[in-house]
Ligand binder design. Sequence first.
Ligand code: ADP
Length: 313
Amino acid sequence: MSSVLLSVSNLSKSYGGRLAVDGVSFQVMAGQVVGLLGPNGAGKSTTVGMIAGLLRSDGGSVTLNGEPITPGNSAAKRKLGLVPQDLALYDDLSALENLKLFGALYGLAGAQLKQRCAEVLQQVRLSDRADDKPATFSGGMKRRLNIAAALLHRPALLILDEPTVGVDPQSRNAIFDTLEALKAQGMALIYTSHYMEEVERLADHIVIIDHGKVLADESPAGLYRRLPSQAALRAELAQAPAAALLQELARQPGVTSVRADGAALDIGLQETAGAPAVLAWLAAQAGAPLHFATNRASLEDIFLTLTGRTLRD
Ligand code: ADP
């Protein structure tokens, strides 16, 4: 069984009397990738700022390997790396010089600093740009340099706050490749995002927050099990079906809902694998559909089920 690396307990913080984070608790196990998912303003940045010891909480606690993390405990803070939303790079220093500066802040020097700079540049695939200034980099390359800076001191946990916002698709893929490689090496990650597909690609565990509160704290599979329909089947018939056929369709095994708009049917299914039997039944009753498509449910549907709103509201 894996051990608890980070424990976040009942964290809260208000800005000017307005609660931004309201009793947030969750854990990160060693080697686990946790996606912190929520719409803009949900409290993700405030939460990770407190976890990283940058922001003082109004209440609650954070421990890393059992040791409390607070703004005053710099030894504990050094066991994690934070890639903030706002980039912190010096435009008139080269990429390598930037890293040397960050490394010195972590107490690295000499041959060790040089070696770590080379290693982290390779990890983010910027070795060939080491001597170039960040001013010549795309937004995504700057972000990758910031990830490199956060890795220099070999943190046990890397926290990334919306690392793909404002990033070109090529760099986005490079960031994912880097994060997947870090995951494969056993590094624990916390990754905040309001993009479901990103969290889904990387996370072993998902914490959904909204209005500063945790709404769900589960594996992706566990989240999907909360949905009444795992999949949707859209079928267009040659003509609008009779009401009796729709009622009978709704009673077919594995069908969770039926909605008709003229000849177009939207059928909720317990699982995607149920689609062929439902299509065969439809074909026998009403003739072969002119067109059909299945869609697996997404984390977007889960957020909608939990809050009644879409993530992009
Ligand atoms: P997210 O990262 O999920 O977008 P944030 O943690 O940035 O959410 O913000 C949570 C809430 O706290 C929002 O309502 C935001 O407007 C507010 N907030 C964040 N930072 C500050 C600040 N420095 N001063 C005042 N309000 C803030």
